[in-house]
Ligand binder design. Structure first.
Ligand code: AGP
Length: 610
């Protein structure tokens, strides 16, 4: 979603802003803009709808641009379409420029009030009320910083802001309430950004602002205060990211790179978390032992792909004797909950900044849920900082909007958790050493499954002229079918739906004809015979099936049934392995369709609005 980059530097900030915007592209956006103080008392503002290349064109057309202070923004439209007028920065009275990531919930009331007070609006955005509000307070004699504080107090919603005053080159004010914002400390300057990746070419040293923080960046350094002006101390850290770890290398897309990094990602996630025969439960946090001993049931909250990982975990955890509920985070907050005793709330998130998941965690705490565990890929993210226990998936930076390696490593984390939980119930008699052995073999199994790439590339041709697809599976693989359908629709724009195969004859079978490819995953498990019947039901109605099947299932290709063998693995890790062909299928179909694979239309990597 929207991204912010700002800089106060001893040299021209234009290249820093453009590089930062490029690195923020992955978050999802549909217009962009920048404002630079190119001479005291004056902003140069350039904005463009569409991709960043449009802004770059506008920049080139403006000749030499030079300034030591600037802010820039990628906008993911919420209030008002992605036009130049609605793009940020918004400027009021030629004096204040502002960029925002987030939403001002009471913008309508404020706009009416500000209009009555004589303020004029140039855009349809909620953001413009903030910049006009600050100016109104300044027009009435309040200084810049006090005007910002007073304005923030009358705003409802979650947001992060970067603000410039034309008469104060060398100064940027940053505000964090809800949406992420960090400060980078470099040798040549100080930076403000939505995430560390935006400034990684300048510095790896950063400070994460907390909710309610206002940072005053100036040439002399910076000061962080709260809304009441009290100084706040925040520690600086060094990021593990390097510019190289964000490079695409020889791959065509980040998604392709990230799919092929999965063997390493799984291995990195397991490293230091298991011995030859045991999961080290301290990998969930120093308090894990105490909290897990008390835990009587689990509530998982997540969105999108992370939600699918939660659905898989329900099968593992309940198999281990631990009752588990899984809910879409945005739905969890829509009703009252009778608080279960000693319930562990688990949030799953690649980014750790998904507002629906953060809000659901807050709500669970208000409802009295006992403990929280975040399984997350981004250190220092809001979710990590708001949770008692934390398990970091070591997937490395995931840039493609379609989540791949983050999903696989979430599954690894949840598998480890279910092994720990199984210790509570001796009747499940799970052999921990066997489970560990299966996990140790997992990176190699992932690598060998990736070798299916060229076969799947050929199969993808069958989707070249298709608009719809069905995905079918049973049991623990039903969430894998959901994930396969989500991958296909989000990057290739082919309408795909997943069904529990048993549901087929309760409705979706009516959709089956020669134009509706049906994709299924068939592991060698207890559900296989029933799945085979469902496959026959589709064939009998002229449907064309593509089935990824465990090589031990003895399923074979025949008319309208194409079987692609997947190496046989233990059923405990089969969902992890069967995800891979579905990711590759979505990728190759999207390649054929010619879509923008890493930045699919309308989507954002980090969804920071509800
Ligand atoms: C994944 O392919 C999607 N782009 C999306 O569903 C994503 O998983 C969801 O927005 C949740 O994100 P998170 O894991 O960062 O919380």
């Amino acid at each position: 979603m929207c991204g912010i980059i700002g800089a106060v530097s001893s040299s021209n900030v234009l290249p820093v802003l453009l590089d930062g915007l490029k690195r923020l592209e992955y978050r999802g956006y549909d217009s962009s803009g920048l404002a630079i103080i190119d001479q005291p008392g004056k902003f140069l503002r350039l904005r463009a709808p569409g991709k960043l290349v449009e802004l770059e064109r506008t920049v080139s057309a403006n000749g030499d641009i030079d300034g030591l202070t600037g802010i820039a923004h990628t906008r993911w439209a919420t209030h008002g379409p992605p036009t130049e007028q609605n793009a940020h920065p918004h400027i009021s009275g030629d004096r204040i420029a502002l960029v925002c990531n987030g939403i001002v919930e009471n913008h309508e009331d404020l706009r009416i009030w500000l209009t009555d007070e004589g303020m004029e609006f140039q855009s349809e955005t909620d953001t413009e009320v903030i910049v006009n509000l600050i100016r109104l307070h300044m027009d009435r004699g309040t200084d810049f910083m006090s005007a910002i504080r007073t304005s923030i107090k009358s705003l409802k919603g979650a947001f992060a802001l970067g603000i410039l005053h034309a008469d104060e080159p060398g100064r940027i004010i940053g505000v964090r309430r809800g949406s992420p914002l960090i400060v980078g400390i470099g040798e040549d300057g100080i930076y403000l950004a939505s995430d560390i990746s935006a400034m990684i070419a300048q510095t790896r040293k950063f400070i994460v602002l907390e909710n309610g923080d206002i940072v005053d960046i100036n040439r002399g350094g910076m000061e962080i205060t709260n809304l009441d002006g009290q100084v706040q101390h925040r520690d600086a850290r060094i990021s593990d990211l390097t510019p190289q770890s964000m490079e695409i290398g020889d791959y065509r897309h980040y998604m392709e790179k990230e799919i092929f990094e999965q063997g390493q990602a799984v291995s990195d996630t397991l490293e230091g978390r298991i011995t030859a025969s045991r999961v080290l439960e301290a990998c969930f946090g120093t308090e894990a032992d105490r909290i897990f001993n008390r835990t009587e049931n689990i509530q998982i909250l997540a969105c999108g792909t992370s939600y699918h990982a939660g659905l898989v975990a329900k099968y593992w955890l309940e198999d281990a004797g631990m009752p588990c509920q899984v809910e879409i985070a945005s739905e969890f907050t829509s009703r009252k909950h009778p608080t279960p005793n000693n319930c562990l709330v688990i949030t799953l998130s690649q980014s750790g900044e998904t507002i629906d998941t953060l809000t659901a965690l807050d709500y669970a705490k208000q409802c009295g849920y006992a403990h929280s565990l975040a399984i997350c890929n981004v250190p220092d993210s809001s979710l990590v900082r708001n949770s008692e226990l934390v398990f970091m998936t070591h997937a490395g930076p995931e840039i493609g909007v379609a989540s791949t390696k983050a999903f696989l490593t979430q599954l690894v984390a949840l598998r480890l958790l279910s092994i720990v939980m199984a210790r509570k119930d001796p009747s499940t008699a799970q052999d921990e050493a066997d489970s560990i052995r299966e996990l140790r073999e997992l990176p190699a199994n992932v690598e060998s499954t990736l070798k299916m790439n060229s076969t799947i590339q050929e199969i993808a041709q069958q989707f070249a002229d298709k608009q719809h697809a069905l995905f079918l599976a049973r049991g623990i693989h039903f969430p894998i079918a959901l994930e396969g359908a989500l991958k296909l629709k989000e990057i290739s724009y082919v309408h795909a739906e997943a069904y529990a195969a048993g549901e087929l004859k309760h409705g979706p079978l009516a959709l089956v004809d020669r134009d509706m490819p049906v994709v299924s995953v068939a592991p060698n498990d207890t559900q296989l015979d029933k799945l085979k019947s469902n496959i026959e039901e589709v064939r009998a109605r002229g449907g064309k099936l593509i089935v990824f099947a465990d090589s031990e299932t003895r399923l074979s290709s025949r008319e309208n049934l194409q079987v692609i063998n997947v190496a046989s693995v233990e059923s405990s890790i089969a969902p992890i392995i069967f995800t891979i062909p579905l990711q590759l299928l979505a990728y190759h179909v999207a390649l054929i369709k010619g879509t923008d694979i890493d930045k699919p239309r309308n989507l954002a990597k980090s969804v920071t609005v509800e």
